[in-house]
Write a protein of this length. Structure first.
Length: 464
């Protein structure tokens, strides 16, 4: 299962490590070692091909829950060496180091500043498992430094940043793979083949769900920044908001697309995949907002969005206050079982003129029902993490584009951005022009396609 890519702003417990060498860079060093450093590395030959028999050398940027899980999965492979673990919070190193060193049988180095990873010409791959606001710049700088990238979802904080990530991947000829692992799951490929065969008939409606329950956040007062935590670096391109206990970055638009998009992008991407990866929708209409969790967040807890495509409509339903909706249990994800479809929190429904398909994320498999509600075709599922990593590493060696290429990542999270923008524009219907990636009839909405300002020196460049 792919969870969110970092932990909250409240600092996790210390693991009792010695941090004498984990020095935080000061502001002067940040400015002096500007983002242009990575471009210079590329010019000096920072990239290299990975020979078939060589280990792929990896650095991991962000060792929260998902970053540590990915580090462990990569480290368990005989063809990978995890050389670096990196996080702005040095206290995370102890647990992540234990996972990686037990998996690969030798030590791993910790750095707080990810540019130390980019400086090392041995490193082939950067895993970017940071919060959303660091996905674009971390990926762009890695591409400029000659590194391939495995970036977690949602791929970009906003529409403009996603386009810049595509430009960087193409300009520097780097493999940029997004952590949307359902694209590598065999059962998803079988579902795509069935949908594309026409056996469902003409498809005019696709329904995507992301319904579950989140606890309210408990905001505290402003706190001193712990000495092991480089909060300035953590904030990076985003505003440096006051550091408070219990302030969850996932609920804050400065750092996040929101908790619903952060999870729902998996199902939206899976729906796009089985539907043949259509071009972006022509319009979006949004309903909802902050309905139940009035706890200081500025991202929605309720999102209902309607997207109009050529030939079909996609309806999305997302909420954070529905305890009866459950994610697919672990024993179903890797077993020959199907979810309880009516109460499945992460399902897709595809309605054709001949038949109906339930499709589950997390290895939930799929079933097709005819007009008499009889199952006429089905496939059990398995989770896609292992084949997704395998596909990425094969592409690192071959130069081919991965299953979840950066452009797929952009077009899938685009749906989340469109819903968020429509909400911020008072739930107005917005027409979208895919070619210019803008709203031709709503110039005021175009300001929301990009972050209003970046905090120096962490500026996403106009020209990557």
């Amino acid at each position: 299962m792919s969870g969110h890519c970092g932990l909250d702003l409240a600092i996790p417990h210390s693991n009792g490590q010695n941090y004498d060498t984990m020095k935080t860079l000061n502001r002067r060093q940040f400015v002096r070692q500007s983002v242009g450093t990575a471009t210079a590395l590329a010019v000096l030959g920072g990239s290299k091909a990975v020979a078939a028999n060589d280990k792929v050398v990896v650095g991991v940027m962000g060792i929260g829950g998902r970053g540590t899980a990915l580090a462990g999965m990569f480290a368990a492979r005989k063809d990978v060496e995890i050389a670096y673990l990196c996080d702005a919070d040095a206290r995370r190193f102890g647990y992540a180091r234990k996972i990686v060193e037990e998996a690969q049988g030798h030590s791993v180095k910790f750095v707080q500043d990810f540019r130390r990873i980019l400086d090392d010409r041995r490193v082939d791959v950067l895993i970017n498992a940071t919060p959303d606001h660091w996905h674009a710049l971390g990926t762009i700088l890695a591409c400029q430094a000659g590194k391939h990238v495995y970036v977690e979802k949602p791929m970009a904080h906003n529409v403009w940043e996603g386009r810049k990530m595509i430009e960087a991947a193409r300009k520097y000829n780097r493999v940029v793979n997004v952590g949307m692992q359902s694209r590598s799951a065999p059962y998803a490929a079988a579902a795509r083949e069935f949908v594309q065969s026409g056996k469902l008939g003409d498809i005019h409606l696709v329904r995507v769900h992301n319904l579950m329950q989140h606890p309210p956040q408990q905001l505290g007062s402003e706190q001193p920044i712990p000495p092991e935590f480089d909060y300035d670096l953590w904030c990076g391109p985003a505003a440096k908001l006051p550091y408070t206990s219990g302030q969850y970055w996932l609920n804050m638009s400065e750092y996040s697309c929101g908790p619903i998009p952060g999870d729902a992008v998996h199902q939206l991407d899976l729906a796009r995949y089985v539907m043949g990866d259509p071009q972006p929708p022509k319009s979006v209409v949004h309903a909802g907002g902050i309905s139940a969790l009035r706890d200081g967040r500025d991202t929605p807890d309720t999102q209902f969005a309607t997207y109009e495509y050529d030939g079909f409509t996609l309806l999305f339903q997302g909420a954070l206050w529905s305890p009866y909706m459950k994610k697919i249990p672990q024993h179903i994800r890797d077993g020959d079982l199907f979810p309880d479809w009516p109460f499945c929190a992460t399902k897709i429904e595809i309605l054709g003129t001949k038949a109906f398909m339930y499709l589950g994320r997390h290895g939930g498999g799929w079933q097709v029902f005819d007009e008499n509600n009889k199952v006429i075709e089905q496939a059990y599922g398995r989770q896609g993490d292992k084949p997704h990593i395998e596909n990425f590493l094969q592409c690192v060696r071959s130069g081919a584009r991965p299953n979840a290429d950066v452009e797929h990542g952009h077009n899938s999270v685009l749906l989340c951005h469109l819903a968020n923008i429509a909400w911020r524009e008072d739930n107005t219907k917005l027409n979208f022009d895919a070619k210019s990636e803008s709203f031709p009839d709503a110039p005021q909405a175009n300001r929301l396609l990009k972050r209003a300002s970046y905090r120096a020196p962490w500026v996403v460049p106009e020209r990557v």
